[in-house]
Design a protein around this ligand. Structure first.
Ligand code: PLP
Length: 397
């Protein structure tokens, strides 16, 4: 494939992303087409967002119908799509209420703020600390960055929030040593995405449940990447046995439109008062109209069973690759359709670049992992197509 003319070099975009971008024109199902007409299988889904793939007439129609009625009315008022979505999410989760923002990081920011309100009400002014975990990723705002203990992301922005501590993910001794009742909240991904596709063990989940309950610490599950079906379960915490007080959602929730959701249990909602938090655009009716359709589709039990089954198939195919290339691959990780291939002595970015040149879009996670988070509608044949490209690239390494 010759796709060199499909790149934009040094466009007038801030340098925070890159200086070279592959420019896409359109998509259909699980495939993307660049501006020169080259076709790519997308196993990245816009970073775990495009759960139902591209070119969706159903989503376009819902957007257009709602846009003709009301695009925005602020949170001084509400609309039927917003209220319906709140009802659907609370009914599906068993949580009491939801706060809508515009992104994952805002969903976590709200969770961290609500936890402070709760802790101050229950334990007084001193219970302000936050615990997060090595390799976590919770976002880029100053608050969420403070609980994202990654030197690369934090170093230019210190001082960040005080009283933020780190323990080792899936390490019970480290968790026990870190926590005491001066903590307001623990924030944790049931499946660490950016950090390398680490799935929480049931033992670690049980210990988190027990310690947070014992110290009356708010347990926040960041399900922004792994929630809403990607694990094959409606909620990623349920897949791991975690029992959080707050669940945060984002990425796939509105089919690619910007929306974040912070689901809270009654005990949290009881201490929140008017004016405590807010957002101009959060819960926008166009995003919520699409999110109602996404939620109905993603939480359908048949759809979830297909995700579980396709996840097993994807990991089987990845394990075959590992067995054929033991000198290049050390491990296969994941649950449902969030999977990682751990590489040995290779920079994942080099493999990703080669795959891109061969018509496959993949992501990196951590320092050594190829991340596969395809649209959830991916077929077995498309999984085979992706595996064939990865094998072609690895066989040349
Ligand atoms: N939390 C997790 C687990 C994520 O994967 C991400 C984004 O990758 C975020 C939070 C931040 O979400 P957003 O980029 O929508 O602000």
């Amino acid at each position: 494939m010759n796709n060199q003319d499909a790149y934009s070099i040094n466009p007038p975009l801030c340098r925070n992303y890159a200086d070279r971008f592959l420019v896409f024109d359109r998509g259909e199902g699980c495939h993307l087409y660049d501006i020169k007409g080259n076709r790519y299988l997308d196993m990245a889904a816009g970073i775990a967002v495009n759960a139902l793939g591209y070119g969706r007439k159903d989503i376009a129609e819902i957007m257009s119908r709602q846009a003709e009625k009301i695009i925005h009315c602020s949170n001084l008022f509400s609309t039927i799509p917003t209220l319906t979505l709140a009802q659907k999410l609370t009914a599906a989760s068993g949580y009491e209420a939801v706060f809508f923002g515009n992104s994952g990081t805002e969903a976590n920011e709200a969770a961290l703020k609500f936890a402070r309100i709760y802790a101050k009400a229950r334990k007084g002014e001193k219970a302000v600390a936050y615990l997060s975990f090595e390799s976590a990723f919770h976002g880029r705002t100053a608050g969420t960055l403070s609980v994202t203990p990654n030197e690369k992301y934090q170093k230019s922005y210190r001082p960040l929030l005080p009283e933020c501590y780190t323990a080792v993910f899936n390490d019970i001794a480290s968790l026990e040593a870190a926590l005491n009742d001066s903590f307001a909240a623990v924030i944790v991904e049931p499946v660490q995405g950016e950090g390398g596709i680490h799935v929480m063990t049931p033992e670690f989940a049980a210990k988190l449940n027990e310690l947070c309950k014992g110290y009356d610490i708010v347990l926040i599950a960041d399900e922004i990447q792994a929630g809403l079906g990607r694990t094959g379960y409606p909620f990623a915490s349920a897949a791991c046995g975690l029992n959080p007080d707050i669940i945060t959602l984002g990425k796939p929730i509105a089919g690619g439109l910007p929306l974040g959701a912070t689901l809270v249990r009654k005990k949290i909602n009881d201490v929140i008062h008017p004016g405590d938090h807010g957002s101009t655009f959060g819960g926008n009716p166009v995003c919520c109209a699409v999110a109602n359709h996404m939620t109905d589709t993603l939480l359908n039990p048949d759809f979830l069973n297909e995700i579980k089954e396709k996840g097993i198939y994807l990991r089987k195919r990845l394990t075959e690759l590992k067995n054929r290339y033991p000198q290049l691959i050390s491990e296969v990780r994941g649950i449902g359709l969030i999977c990682g291939l751990v590489l040995k002595d290779m920079n994942p970015s080099d493999v990703i670049r080669e795959c891109e040149a061969n018509g496959l879009i993949l992501l990196r996670a951590g320092t050594d992992v190829l991340r596969l988070v395809p649209p959830l509608i991916i077929s077995h044949e498309e999984i085979d197509e992706g595996i064939a490209v990865i094998e072609k690239v690895l066989s040349g390494c």
